[in-house]
Design a binder for this molecule. Structure first.
Ligand code: DAH
Length: 341
């Protein structure tokens, strides 16, 4: 015969001692589950004689309800304890020192390029881009660089691998552009003067590298064309640029020179403002009045327009401005160097 008093005592004691919800769940199965003594007894009531059935049934059901209530209360209590423990464990210590986040920043060449663009934009120039892989036609032919000019031969120019046939046609023969001047006729073929643009971008030369030479570097082309653009305008624009870029500290001077695509041509010198270059005259750009042969290649009527063009190396401007004495530092990814900007 089942001893309900004993079950009550044992179960209540077990429940009061339970320390975790899992323990409590096990007790629930043990005392109230389908196979528990109590459940089995309740299921067997139907076999008892009626008067005994009523009495035993009442006692057993009371015990079941009591146990359910006790276990429910205990579960609630354990949940609260658990929550309090979690809150304690996961507390955020706002006074603990944070983890340092490494910030990336712009490369000095990007900083300088953006500064150049801002200055020219303030003078009404548009920023234009052209392809890094260019046809021989735009890189050389349209710029009046004769077919036998040394700049075209393998020493200075990388050429793409192409069939003999393709190499003969300057419209198909391809090279990584050697200068941003290649964009001049490309742009003029699609736009009518007046306009003023600068074209920043990467160029490639088949040269040995040293402190002042890289096989690839950044330049920007300037081109201003209209009815009455003069060499004096070029000087004014470059002087304005230098004043802004070097904060009024440098001087600009022109020295007569030669380029196939300008007539007359000049070399532009600026006076160093910092580091080892301070006080020294440094060649900063090639420039001149656009050769009418270039306008002809662009499809403009001869003599209708005048314009100036110049090409300046962004790397050099950066070196000049920050007193960097080796161009290779700009491409070396050495953080000790890059973090200074
Ligand atoms: N293309 C020349 C170079 O890369 C620079 C240059 C010289 C550009 C004279 C010009 C120019 O537009 O008129 O060395």
């Amino acid at each position: 015969m089942i001893n309900l008093v004993k079950i009550e005592k044992a179960s209540l004691q077990d429940v009061s001692r339970a320390k975790t919800l899992t323990e409590l769940e096990n007790l629930q199965t043990k005392y109230l589950g389908r196979k528990s003594e109590l459940s089995l007894f309740l299921r067997s009531l139907k076999d008892l004689p009626p008067e005994e059935r009523a009495k035993s049934g009442q006692i057993a059901n009371e015990l079941r309800r009591k146990l359910e209530t006790e276990m429910g209360n205990k579960a609630q209590q354990l949940k609260e304890v658990e929550l309090a423990r979690k809150i304690e464990q996961e507390k955020i210590d706002v006074t603990a020192p944070g983890k340092r986040v490494e910030h990336g920043h712009l490369h000095p060449l990007t900083i300088v390029r953006r500064e150049i663009e801002d200055i020219f934009r303030s003078m009404g120039f548009d920023i234009v881009e052209g392809p890094e892989v260019e046809t021989e036609w735009y890189n050389f032919d349209t710029l009046n660089v004769p077919a036998d000019h040394p700049a075209r031969d393998m020493q200075d120019t990388f050429w793409l691998k192409q069939s003999e046939e393709s190499q003969k046609d300057p419209h198909i023969h391809l090279l990584p552009r050697t200068h941003t001047s290649a964009v001049q006729v490309r742009y003029m073929g699609k736009h009518q003067p007046p306009f003023r643009i600068i074209v920043p971008g990467r160029v490639f030369r088949n040269e040995a590298t040293d402190a002042t030479h890289e096989m690839q570097f950044y330049t920007f082309e300037g081109l201003m064309v209209g009815k009455d653009v003069s060499l004096a305008n070029l000087k004014g624009v470059l002087q304005f640029f230098a004043n802004k870029f070097f904060k009024d500290e440098t001087e600009v001077r022109f020295v007569a020179s030669y380029f196939p695509y300008t007539e007359p041509s000049v070399e532009v010198f600026m006076k160093g403002v910092s580091g080892k270059l301070k006080g020294r005259w440094i060649e900063m750009a090639g420039a001149g009045m656009v050769n009418q042969k270039v306008f002809k290649a662009a499809g403009y009527a001869l003599g209708e327009y005048q314009g100036f063009a110049f090409g300046m190396t962004i790397d050099r401007l950066a070196m000049f401005k920050y007193g960097i004495d080796d161009i290779r530092l700009l491409y070396g990814s050495d953080l000790r160097f890059l973090k200074q900007f």
